[in-house]
Design a protein around this ligand. Structure first.
Ligand SMILES: [Zn+2]
Length: 264
């Protein structure tokens, strides 16, 4: 397993390889594909575990191997024929054992989970459906929490109120407890891109030509990174009523509440 050495029956972290594993995870979450990561590893002259050449599948197996978070899945494969020693993948023929925290992790669980969600999301993207045409925002919007992409969701499908929103893939796949990033209406993305350019009309081709990424560091904030390297931060969310209250308004409300209690 890349990132570890097997010593005295134990998986021990190999610091140089662990750093490469972290780079691979970060690159994947930043939007690089398995092929681009493979080419980067070759370009940087990073040796593989057994001295061979990096392959896309090796990158894929590192990205999805539970060992990097310190877990072990035992009996993933078994010897099907003891004469030929032929090995087979265990597809439920034998029990599997999952051990959490079996050894030191090189990737934190949140990052690992975000990558697994992203692997699933990208696998889905390879088979485009007629329902969801590719759109200029696909693969462009990234959540600031764990770096997952935002994906398109249509709410109120089949009604005149149908509305496209963009939501974090970690939130969509794993739920609010994994990422609480708020969804963004698509019309807001269009409107705010026009605003970032100081224009009042939105043009999709212009968006594709100019925008490299949109990151969402927190709810209500859009950071546009343009292909020329410049960035622009745009706020879109109206402050909630409570946030816009001044201290004076708050103390007046408190006094009013006290008076009501006193009279009652
Ligand atoms: Zn998120």
């Amino acid at each position: 397993m890349y990132g570890y050495d097997f010593r005295d029956g134990m998986l021990m972290v190999n610091p140089q390889e662990a750093a490469i594993v972290r780079m691979i995870f970060a690159d994947y979450l930043s939007g690089m594909g398995r092929n681009a990561i493979m080419r980067k590893l070759i370009r940087l002259g990073i040796p593989t575990k057994l001295g061979g050449r990096w392959a896309e599948n090796t990158v894929a197996s590192i990205l999805t191997n539970e060992k990097v978070v310190g877990d072990l899945c035992l009996q993933k494969g078994f010897i099907a024929d003891h004469l030929t020693k032929q090995k087979r993948v265990n597809r439920g023929e034998l029990p599997k054992y999952y051990v959490e925290g079996a050894h030191e992790a090189v990737i934190d669980r949140a990052t690992f989970d975000a990558v697994q969600a992203e692997v699933v999301r990208r696998a889905c993207k390879c088979k485009p459906t007629s329902k969801e045409p590719r759109c200029e925002f696909s693969g462009i919007i990234r959540c600031g929490r764990y770096g997952a992409n935002f994906t398109r969701k249509i709410n109120g499908i089949g009604t005149q109120y149908a509305k496209a929103n963009w939501a974090c893939a970690t939130y969509t796949t794993h739920g609010k407890e994994h990422c609480a990033a708020k969804r963004i209406p698509e019309d807001i993305l269009r409107q705010k891109f026009a605003e970032a350019l100081g224009s009042n009309a939105y043009d999709a081709d212009d968006f594709i030509a100019r925008v490299a990424a949109i990151t969402i560091p927190e709810d209500g904030v859009l950071v546009f990174t343009f292909k020329d390297g410049t960035q622009k931060t745009i706020l879109w969310e109206k402050h909630s009523r409570r946030d816009s209250w001044t201290d004076e308004m708050k103390s007046k409300a408190k006094d009013a509440a006290k008076r009501r209690l006193g009279n009652g």
